[in-house]
Structures are given as C-alpha cells and as structure tokens.
Design a protein around this ligand. Structure first.
Ligand code: AMP
Ligand code: MG
Length: 354
C-alpha cells in the first residue's frame, strides 16, 4: 500500500467515522427487528364454513402462516361440513347405519361434541340435523313444522346412539350429525395451533363471530374484542383478553319471523325440537379453547339464565356474559373487570355472578 494511504488509516477521524457507520447500521437493524417487524400486520379474508373469516397475524412469518391457515380451514370444512357431499360427516349421515372410516380430525371433532353433549345434560345435541332442516335453517326456506312432524324427527336424535371407534363412526340409520355448534371453534383451535407451529406469536382470527386470540397484541397489551349486540347492528360491549376464545351464540345470527309474527332462531331446544325461547338474547363464553367456548355458548343458550349460571358455578373453568330480554347483563366474576359496555348498552344493569 502506498505510504500516503497508510497515513490516512492512521488518522483518528477515519476510525471515528467507521465506528459511527457501524453503530448507525446496528441500531437500524435492532430497530427493524424489535420495533418494526414484530408489528408488521398481515391480513386475509376467507369465505368458508358458511361465513366470512378474517385472519390477522403479526410478524415476519405472518403471510406464510395465513396462507397455511387458509388451507387448513378448507381442509377442515371438507371433513366436517354436513352439506358437502364429499365430506366425512356427509358420508356418515348417508351410511345407512354402517360404520364409516373417517379422518383423525373428524373423529376428534365428533368425540368432542359427544362429550360436551354429555357434559351439558344434552343441551348440546350433535344429532339435531333432521330437526334443524325441518325448520328450514339449512336452506333458508323457513317453515314451522307440525307437532307430529317434530315428534317423529326427535325420535331420530340422540347423541348417546353415536359411536366413535378410533377412525370410524357408527350412526344408526336415519340419524344425522350436525357439527354447526362446535365446528368453527374446533377449526379455530386447529388454526391457532398451526399458526403457533409456523412461529407466529401474535394473531387474531374471527370465524363469523367466533374470535380466537393467539398471545397478546404485538406490543404486549390485551386484544379488545367486540361482542355483537343481539340485533347485530353494533356492539354490546368489549372484552380485554389474551390467548383465549370469545364466542357468542344468539338467535340474531340466523332467524325468521313466522306468519304468527314470532321470531324463530336457529338454536333448537333438543327437548322439544323448537327454537329456544327462554328470555336469553345472547351468551358469550370466554375460554382457553375455541371448541369449548363454541360448545358452551350454544349449550348455555339452550339451558337459559338460571341453569347456565348454575353450570358455571359448578365448573368455573370458563367465563360467561349473558344478556336477557329484560335488558340485564349477567357476567361471571373472572371477566367482570375486563368488560366494558358500549354505545346504547352503556346504561344496562350488570349483575356479577359469583
Ligand atoms: P352456534 O352458532 O355455535 O350457537 O351453533 C348453532 C348451530 O348449531 C345451528 O345453526 C344448528 O346448525 C346447530 N344447532 C342448533 N341447535 C343445536 C343444539 N341444541 N345442539 C347442537 N347444535 C345445535
Ligand atoms: Mg356454538
């Protein structure tokens, strides 16, 4: 090297300049890795399971994760749909009473639904499909079945007669399964597991009102999840939560007004085969798993306010917000401090359940 150049390198200010560059680049990298990339938001909207699904994930792995999540939703829908002629559930419903081999996930979902049916004293009834169909909830061609028709169809419903053996399901001839009350929660759990496997630590998924959170928001704060009002036009309130599912059941999701002027909702009381009409407008369940929250929101809606509260007091492994037609909110003690009423519900009376 020429002597003149060596001289330059001996100069102090050159070293200072180099140091400054290194410090600036490193600070930029730290800033990007810790303050930009983890907050990078990725979103996807999917139409499946009879509803609009929105998926939001944060961080560098978000886009890939959501791509995989979308495929997972389609895969589960193909197994669990009662209407898709190629699904496992369709095959079981049309088996004529013989055992049908099914995928692991189908067996798991059905076994879970049967266990929750047992657990809720039959308020959740996964074999109600013939009754749900008779009211027109599967097609939108609504009608009011006669007492005789309902009595005949109810004789075809009984979860105790369904047998899940490893990877096969045995359903008596004439009976039909409907996982409408647990399928979205089950799919939500599978999607959350998949996102975790993909290295995602912060995500929020909304399967037509079933909201499931993975971790916290990227800044470490809780998610603010809105709970739809019974007429669906706005929000009853907001819950501040992390790492859990928030699932609401209500007659407002799907209903029709009969010729008699009465409102008939899509959640059926398995005891009489009629849409539930017990003074409860909506039930929100907050639980670690989507499938549990989904099963319980439907079952507690069926059981009504007093029995739902008694069930919670006996279990206490979930939280519940219940709205009645007397415009009163019943909320379990574990979530009371994390709930805010909003809009026209701000003045509603709240009873904290202990
Ligand atoms: P969800 O929106 O989770 O409360 O589920 C309601 C759906 O589950 C309905 O649209 C029916 O397909 C089905 N369903 C209605 N009543 C019952 C019931 N008592 N048990 C199980 N599934 C039901
Ligand atoms: Mg449900």
């Amino acid at each position: 090297m020429p002597a003149k150049l060596i001289g330059i390198w001996k100069h102090k200010s050159i070293w200072l300049c180099l140091l400054l560059i290194i410090v600036t680049v490193s600070a930029g990298m730290v800033y990007r890795n810790f303050f930009v990339l983890p907050y990078e938001q990725h979103e996807k909207t999917v139409y499946a399971m009879d509803t609009q699904i929105t998926l939001t994930a944060y961080g560098t792995k978000g886009e890939e994760g959501l791509e995989a999540a979308e495929q997972e939703i389609y895969r589960l829908e193909k197994l669990l749909s009662a209407t898709d002629e190629h699904s496992d559930i369709y095959a079981v419903n049309h088996s004529g009473g013989s055992a049908v081999p099914v995928a692991d996930d189908t067996a798991e979902a059905v076994a879970f639904a049967l266990a929750m049916a047992d657990n809720t004293g039959g308020a959740l009834e996964p074999t109600l499909y013939p009754v749900v169909r008779a009211w027109g909830f599967t097609t939108g061609q609504y009608r009011i079945p006669s007492d005789d028709e309902l009595a005949g169809l109810l004789s075809l419903t009984d979860y105790k007669k369904v047998l899940v053996q490893k990877n096969a399901i045995l359903l008596p001839d004439g009976m039909e399964l409907d996982l409408g009350a647990v399928g979205k929660g089950f799919a939500g759990d599978k999607v959350i597991s998949l996102l975790k496997e993909q290295g995602i630590r912060s995500a929020l998924i909304n399967l037509g009102g079933n909201v499931q959170a993975l971790g916290t928001k990227p800044d470490g704060s809780n998610w603010r999840v809105g709970i739809k009002s019974p007429d669906s036009s706005d929000y009853l309130g907001i819950v501040n939560v992390a790492d859990c599912a928030v699932v609401t059941s209500g007659a407002y999701e799907r209903f029709f007004i009969g010729a008699d002027g009465r409102k008939y909702g899509h959640i059926i009381n398995p005891a009489d085969g009629r849409p539930v009409n017990n003074g409860v407008l909506s039930v929100t369940i907050i639980a670690p798993q989507g499938r549990t929250a989904d099963a319980l929101s439907t079952a507690m809606f069926v059981r009504g306010k007093d029995e739902a509260i008694a069930y919670w007091q006996a279990h206490r492994d979930f939280e519940m917000i219940l709205l009645t037609d007397e415009q009163r909110i019943y909320i379990t003690e574990g979530i009371a401090d994390s709930f805010e009423r909003t809009g026209r519900y701000s003045g509603l009376k709240i009873t904290v359940v202990h």
